[in-house]
Write a protein that binds this ligand. Structure first.
Ligand code: GAL
Length: 399
């Protein structure tokens, strides 16, 4: 087993690297087909369990996904992140390590619950936690995943990152990662099994400009999230301006959820969920579903928030207005409705207000307070005292 501290350091380094790279690469047209018509919803092992993930724990998460009602709320994928990998045999076929005795049986179990299974690898020789990556074995690995019944692949740049960053020019660096991502895209396609293809390279070289063209259904836009309010907010706000690069089926991914992991208060987790919903971000729970509190469940399962995230128009929102720690963000919804978040990221309660005109509507419209699940009647403006680190999330009807 690798040292989890080292892994965290590496992930941190990746985050810094992402911030350092500022150049841009050419946009390319996206293919029309997607395995993720709305932002993927599910669970991923990394944020809570990191290297302490095994077959029994994954089964427990699948069980809890169903018994808690999260599956029926829309959460579908059970995604195993890094540290499942074992050794390659003489023929080059990759096997699981002792923590996962039978991946096919695990996939069957997950499928039997009406859920889908995701897995993780890297285009480099090593994954971020130092396990075997897919370099030189792409077709073989994709075939193995398909035989197991995998439905989702997170492909994490990891040990290929230095070659991308140290290339003589930005274009050369980008060509290395693009070729690597295309190789696995083609390998997955050749298996004939549809898989959601999740690119993870921490936002280096602006993947929102080219992620779709190398087959990505979603692409990480930032370094790793952590279970701290300041980091979650930093990541969320850094998505300003990225809406124009996303299209339905091809999503910006500001990383997985930390809701319920204990480092933030409930009010802060509601801010996290609200911001991710306005961003049309994938909703991949990152907590232990088998021990979550009713409060955590109520945040993850909130129907109104999920409906915003999964809005069929699939259009990401953006910042409307910011004044110090007070930010208003809005997202266009199907049929001309809007989702509007009044975010108070400061340390004291604050008076906040918004008019329908500020979010592109005119005059009085029916307002709904999503977290309070309360209709507020027809109004042209809205005022509230928003708690410190909190949010009021509104759904504004088209009429
Ligand atoms: C990081 C990645 C994390 C997680 C981790 C596993 O690079 O951003 O989400 O997958 O690797 O080692």
């Amino acid at each position: 087993m690798r040292n989890p501290k080292k892994t965290l350091l590496w992930a941190g380094a990746c985050a810094i690297a992402a911030l350092l790279v500022t150049g841009s690469v050419q946009a390319a047209p996206a293919p029309a087909k997607t395995a993720a018509p709305t932002p993927p919803m599910g669970w991923n092992s990394w944020n809570h369990f990191a290297a302490k993930i095994d077959d029994a724990t994954v089964r427990a998460q699948a069980d809890a996904m169903v018994s808690s009602g999260l599956r029926d709320a829309g959460y579908r994928y059970i995604n195993i992140d890094d540290t499942w990998e074992g050794e390659r045999d003489a023929g080059g076929v990759l096997h699981t390590n002792a923590k996962f005795p039978d991946m096919k049986a695990l996939a069957d179990y997950v499928h039997s619950k009406g859920l889908k299974l995701g897995i993780y690898s890297s285009p480099g020789a090593k994954t971020c936690a130092g396990f075997a990556g897919s370099l030189g074995h792409e077709a073989q690995d994709a075939k193995t995943y398909a035989e197991w019944g995998v439905d989702y692949l997170k492909y994490d740049l990891c040990s290929l990152t230095p070659s991308v960053e140290k290339a003589a020019t930005l274009e050369e660096g980008h060509a290395i990662e693009a070729a690597a991502y295309e190789k696995m895209r083609d390998a997955i396609k050749a298996t004939g099994r549809p898989m959601v293809y999740s690119l993870c390279q921490y936002g280096i070289n602006q993947p929102w400009r080219w992620g779709a063209s190398v087959g990505g259904d979603l692409w990480r836009t930032t370094g790793d999230i952590s279970d701290r309010f300041s980091r979650m907010v930093q990541i969320g706000l850094s998505q300003a301006g990225l809406a124009k690069f996303q299209k339905p089926g091809h999503w910006n991914d500001p990383d997985m959820l930390e809701v319920g992991n204990g480092g933030m208060k409930a009010v802060e987790y509601r801010t996290h969920m609200s911001l991710w919903a306005i961003l049309a971000a994938p909703l991949l729970a990152g907590n232990d579903l088998s021990t979550m509190t009713p409060e955590t469940l109520s945040i993850l399962a909130n129907k109104g928030v999920i409906a915003i995230d999964q809005d069929p128009m699939g259009k990401q929102g953006d910042r409307v207005h910011a004044e110090g720690p007070l930010e208003i963000w809005a997202r266009p919804l199907a049929g001309g409705a809007k989702a509007v978040g009044l975010f108070n990221l400061g340390d004291r309660p604050a008076n906040m207000s918004v008019t329908t005109a500020e979010v592109g509507l005119k005059g009085p419209h029916a307002l709904h307070d999503v977290w309070a699940d309360k209709d507020l009647g027809k109004q042209a403006s809205f005022k509230a005292v928003v708690p410190a680190h909190g949010v009021v999330l509104l759904r504004i009807a088209a009429k």
